[in-house]
Design a protein around this ligand. Structure first.
Ligand code: GLY
Length: 371
């Protein structure tokens, strides 16, 4: 093994990005220390787990669409390796996604999305409400039209996180349950000690900006409330595919789980607040019921809120902050989707090898250029 591959790396932040990166680096032979007071407890635990670059595409975010599509293409191999190295399920669900709408304004929005995707060389098939209900019998009569996006997948985020932790442990990652206060070249300052290393990867989500002056005010928290539902004995089974779309202009998604659904998500900018509001739960349930009326018979097992780490242009920051210090944060709505390409890019940067062209759009150097 080359000297470079034995260099010690400290990863700050144990969400899906930090855990994926730590695992991949350790698998490549690096001694890796993961620093997090409570790994897998933040936004990654709350997440819906959609891998949906196409269904969530937005005009003006072409680089994000391309980056997401590349990472989605990496997911089957990433999941197979994760299962192999963890001895667990990766949580990957290969059923696709339906984007549906209930009124004429929603239909116009679906038409706009289909046209935009066609302009980017991605065609989606359009369906009537009746044909959608043949594919997913739990869809209600209010659903009038939709698009089928078979390539957009999902994961059970908590199953994936458990597999990532097991794979990281198996690859030799050392876990330090402590809060990092600051990061510099070759060191991570904890409350009462310092972790020394050759490289640091800042993967601390919404808190990344607190750790290094070069990241100050680059990432802001965007709150998302989300619900978990379980199908009870007599209720109609949940859809197999992810269902998402506008309900009277608001976006809602229903992501399948073993015998249940995750319903999300609200989107507000209210600092680091993670309390769930009555209004948030009411809106999510009402909107989800328009798509799948049978959820009225389901048990509401959890309501929670997470903080999406968001940047100005909704692209993540993946690259050098200064020599010896990398950032892998700011993944906004796309942490699980972008985990494979993020881990691959960080490994490439540490090794000094080429990174995918699409990942260059995430280089934090762009922040200086935008000012
Ligand atoms: N990925 C979906 C969300 O952020 O709500």
């Amino acid at each position: 093994m080359s000297e470079r591959r034995r260099q010690r790396v400290a990863v700050v932040g144990g969400g899906v990005i930090g855990m994926s990166t730590a695992w991949r680096l350790a698998s490549e032979g690096h001694p890796v220390t993961m620093i997090d007071p409570e790994p897998a407890s933040g936004a990654s635990r709350v997440a819906g787990g959609m891998l949906a670059p196409v269904a969530e595409a937005w005009p003006g975010e072409e680089s994000l669409l391309e980056l997401g599509a590349v990472s989605l293409g990496r997911w089957p191999e990433f999941a197979a390796r994760l299962s192999r190295e963890s001895g667990r399920s990766s949580g990957l669900n290969r059923e696709g996604t339906l984007v549906v709408g209930v009124d004429s304004a929603d239909r116009a929005e679906l038409d706009n999305l289909a046209e935009y995707l066609a302009s980017r060389g991605r065609s989606v098939s359009r369906h009537s409400g009746r044909s959608l209900r043949r594919a997913e019998p739990s869809l209600g009569p209010a659903v009038r039209a939709g698009l089928e996006v078979p390539e957009d997948l999902s994961v059970d985020n908590r199953v994936t996180l458990e597999a990532l932790r097991a794979a990281a442990v198996a690859a030799g990652v050392e876990f330090v349950d402590a809060r990092a206060r600051a990061v510099g070249p070759g060191r991570v300052e904890l409350d009462e000690s310092t972790v020394r290393c050759e490289f640091v990867v800042i993967a601390a989500g919404s808190h990344a900006g607190e750790l290094h002056s070069g990241l100050r005010e680059t990432i802001r928290p965007v709150k998302g409330e989300i619900l978990r539902l379980r199908a009870r004995g007599t209720a109609l089974p949940p859809p197999r595919r992810t269902i998402r779309g506008p309900v009277h202009g608001r976006q809602v998604y229903l992501v399948p789980r073993e015998n249940g659904l995750v319903v999300g998500a609200t989107q507000y900018e209210v600092g680091f607040d993670t309390e769930v509001t009555v209004g948030g739960v009411r809106t999510l349930l009402a909107d989800a019921e328009r798509f799948v009326p049978g959820i009225a018979e389901y048990a509401l097992t959890e309501s929670s809120a997470g903080l999406r780490p968001s940047t100005e242009d909704n692209l993540p920051l993946i690259g050098w902050v200064e020599p010896g210090v990398l950032v892998a944060a700011g993944h906004h709505r796309n942490g699980f989707l972008l985990a494979p390409i993020t881990a691959e890019t960080v490994v490439g940067l540490v090794h000094g090898s080429a990174v995918a062209d699409e990942a260059k759009a995430a280089d934090p150097a762009r922040l200086g250029e935008q000012q």
